[in-house]
Design a binder for this molecule. Structure first.
Ligand code: PMV
Length: 360
């Protein structure tokens, strides 16, 4: 069912050629999205911190054409990347109803990530968000009356159709995606800014990403989401995620870090528990992931630190902590945790405010 709110009829202006450029961040979920229905709709609401330094820059050059069908080429770091093209083609097919001009142009899509492609950090969230924003900027040039709110909402809506979690990569610092009864304005169709008070404990919250395993993902998230369809614990998992988001509302308000840690770590382990108990089952954590988790727990016990971890659908560990603890925790990470990273590699990141237009 098309979402009519996002269909613009009869553009005011036409374009012949030009270029649009956006930088969009990655995000890290605190309450995880795992399981979807229909066209990229989440089975439960999720919430994420937007990151600051892990991002994708994308430029789209466009030129009017007469031929039929989609026409585009994708370049990663200046090199043609045909491997990305089927995914973009699928994305174009999905969003064409909302961007009816896509077949009228030939596109050159040039993209680069601030993190290495082989780092095991998914570029789909930042990449799909940056591309969606570029296409929205084209639309805004054709329809200048589009408001800022509509622009961001529709960019998130389009990004979602490329990769679910990408809809949380348009704005920051804290983004909700998926309907939740206690969060006004939350929607399955796009990400929205968390609307309530956020305690200053969470300002500039740190995320140091430990690169444990840089290999290709063993399991695509598409397959992972599908495995939730007949998963024996699915209903309970979706209820748990909803409750965890409810529990985070007072935590975000009063800055209760011990409670924050409990919820965030439980979410990470529940996500991986879903993978371990699906059919087929799989384990994405590596022995070094567990070493790191145990060391974080020990450090917390011994020092009273409020450091904690979360995980994506992979072996890398996101180490989360308040800015106030930065020196201490970085010292601990360097001394005790880097030995468990591939080539001692890690990325220092923190909470950011969302995508930005790049003027070219
Ligand atoms: O956006 P997708 O379809 O790649 O799914 C990503 C899901 C997780 O990263 C594992 C969790 C989340 O909410 O980001």
């Amino acid at each position: 069912m098309p979402q009519h709110k996002f269909i613009v009829c009869n553009y005011q202006h036409s374009l012949t050629s030009g270029i649009v450029s956006w930088q969009a961040p990655s995000n890290i979920a605190l309450v995880k999205y795992w399981g979807k229905y229909g066209e990229q709709m989440p089975m439960n609401a999720s919430v994420s911190f937007t990151l600051k330094h892990c991002n994708t820059k994308t430029s789209v050059s466009f030129e009017k054409k007469q031929s039929e069908g989609f026409q585009f080429e994708v370049f990663l770091d200046g090199k043609r990347e045909e491997g990305f093209e089927p995914k973009i083609n699928k994305f174009f097919e999905r969003v064409e109803a909302y961007l009816p001009f896509l077949k009228d142009f030939k596109f050159k899509i040039e993209t680069s990530n601030s993190f290495p492609h082989s780092s095991g950090i998914a570029s789909s969230a930042s990449g799909m968000s940056a591309l969606a924003l570029c296409l929205m900027e084209m639309e805004q040039r054709m329809q200048p009356s589009i408001t800022d709110d509509y622009f961001k909402e529709k960019a998130s809506f389009l990004a979602r159709l490329g990769s679910g979690s990408a809809c949380r990569s348009v704005e920051g610092p804290l983004i909700v995606w998926g309907e939740h009864p206690e969060i006004d304005g939350s929607s399955n169709l796009f990400g929205t800014k968390y609307p309530f008070d956020i305690h200053e404990n969470f300002r500039n919250y740190q995320d140091t990403i430990l690169l444990v395993d840089k290999g290709e993902k063993q399991v695509s998230s598409t397959l992972g989401h599908d495995l939730m369809v007949d998963h024996p614990f699915a209903a309970e998992r979706f209820r748990q995620a909803k409750d965890n988001l409810s529990k985070l509302i007072p935590v975000f308000k009063n800055g209760d870090l011990p409670e924050f840690i409990k919820i965030v770590e439980s979410e990470a382990l529940s996500l991986h528990a879903m993978m371990m108990t699906s059919l087929p089952y799989f384990i994405l954590m590596k022995p070094n992931t567990l070493e790191i988790i145990n060391r974080i727990w020990k450090f917390r016990d011994e020092t009273g630190s409020k450091v904690c971890f979360t995980l994506d659908a992979g072996a890398n560990v996101h180490v989360l902590y308040p800015k106030l603890e930065k020196d201490n925790v970085l010292h601990f990470i360097k001394k005790e945790l880097l030995q468990y990273c591939k080539n001692g590699e890690f990325i220092e990141d923190e909470v950011g405010l969302g995508a930005t237009n790049i003027l070219v």
